[in-house]
Design a protein around this ligand. Structure first.
Ligand code: TXA
Ligand code: MG
Length: 342
């Protein structure tokens, strides 16, 4: 599937209409959302969804999130929707929150990858909403990267991974949030946070008025033979070509460590303003006390490291609560869980 001419178009009304037409014909189109760019196809069309898996090189057992434009589409994807889900929808939709619930009959089996549940979110990005409306169906859309590489936060990132594989990419500018949506499962006895994001565990608990459990895989590698609550968690993810190591500790200790270990090909992935104190080339990912900015910059920083030929990367460690938990979770995977306590 490497012979398509891929169009990259600004997201005008004409381009949105063209996207809707392609999606109704069972094609795959890349679209901007407020989190990251998505690779979209109709959630109700199994053959179309298969094209997403092949364009990404995604393992068949990793389910996809369906994107809806309004609540009238909810039951096309999921059923037995509890009050708790409506409370979360009221508080955070449209926005970067995905809920997991029992799947509907209508949604294609390929979307659920063999599970009895499906995941659904209502994106706030106006282009994503317009495309869903133009297609007239929920859109299954994983992040629009090749499986394993950092998620794309610009249309150019998508083009780098998807050129020749899909007919159309809509350019809606850089994504505001920059990391993928928060994923919470409401399919079990207690809510479980499977993937941290911009909507925090604390915010979910406030609305639900109960504890939200943190899936073990958020901060720890799966043990041998362990079953992932969220299949996506078991794969190597977000990884640049370089070997990334997270250095946990105060900045002074980070500087000393890097000074001892700086060789040609070594880069620092650090916070804005720190670059003048470091002996290696630096790629910045936001200010130390600004987790939303770190989230927005992280994936483009990982892509920049590849573009600049980094071989070894020493990363400054984000915090572990609030939005920073999302940043830490992605960085841990980019580092294949290599963390050195200073
Ligand atoms: O922000 C986002 O969520 C982006 C944009 C495009 O909306 N999409 C995205 O999709 O990140 P993807 O496929 O890259 O990540 C979906 C994650 C995967 O880790 C997958 O395993 C998990 O959600 N997931 C989806 N459906 C699930 C289900 N029924 N049960 C458990 N995990 C599920
Ligand atoms: Mg992804």
């Amino acid at each position: 599937m490497n012979d398509l001419k891929t169009q990259l178009l600004p997201a005008s009304q004409d381009a949105v209409d063209q996207a809707g037409e392609l999606l109704r014909q069972g094609e795959v189109v890349a679209i901007p959302t407020e989190t990251v760019y998505g690779l979209a196809a109709s959630s109700l069309n199994g053959e179309a969804v298969k094209k997403i898996f092949s364009a990404k090189g995604r393992p068949q057992d990793n389910p996809l999130i369906s994107h809806i434009a309004d609540l009238s589409m909810l039951e096309m994807v999921v059923r037995d929707v509890p009050q708790a889900a409506y409370r979360l929808a009221e508080a955070f939709w449209p926005g970067p929150l995905t809920m997991i619930l029992p799947r509907s009959e209508q949604v294609a089996d390929e979307v659920c990858a063999g599970l009895e549940t499906a995941s659904v979110r209502m994106p706030s990005h106006p282009v994503a909403q317009a495309v869903i409306r133009a297609a007239g169906v929920p859109l299954a859309a994983p992040s629009a990267n090749l499986s394993g590489s950092p998620s794309p936060t610009t249309a150019q990132d998508v083009f780098a991974d998807m050129n020749g594989k899909i007919p159309l990419i809509l350019d809606g500018g850089a994504c505001e949030v920059g990391v993928e949506s928060t994923v919470v499962s409401l399919a079990g006895p207690k809510p479980v946070l499977l993937r941290p994001g911009y909507i925090t565990k604390e915010q979910l608990e406030q609305v639900l008025e109960c504890e939200v459990l943190l899936a073990d895989a958020v901060l720890h590698p799966l043990k041998q033979g362990e079953k992932a609550a969220s299949p996506g968690m078991k794969y190597k993810h977000y990884a640049p070509k370089a070997e990334v190591t997270i250095l946990k500790g105060p900045f002074s200790a980070y500087v000393s460590y890097v000074e001892k270990h700086c060789e040609p090909g070594t880069f620092c992935l650090c916070f804005a303003g720190e670059e003048n104190s470091l002996p290696c080339p630096c790629v910045l990912y936001g200010h130390e006390k600004a987790p939303a900015e770190q989230a927005q910059r992280l994936f483009s920083a990982l892509r920049e490291l590849d573009a600049r030929g980094a071989e070894r990367v020493y990363a400054r460690c984000p915090e572990e609560g609030g939005i920073a938990l999302a940043v830490y979770n992605r960085l841990l995977r980019a580092a294949a869980f290599r963390v050195i306590e200073l």
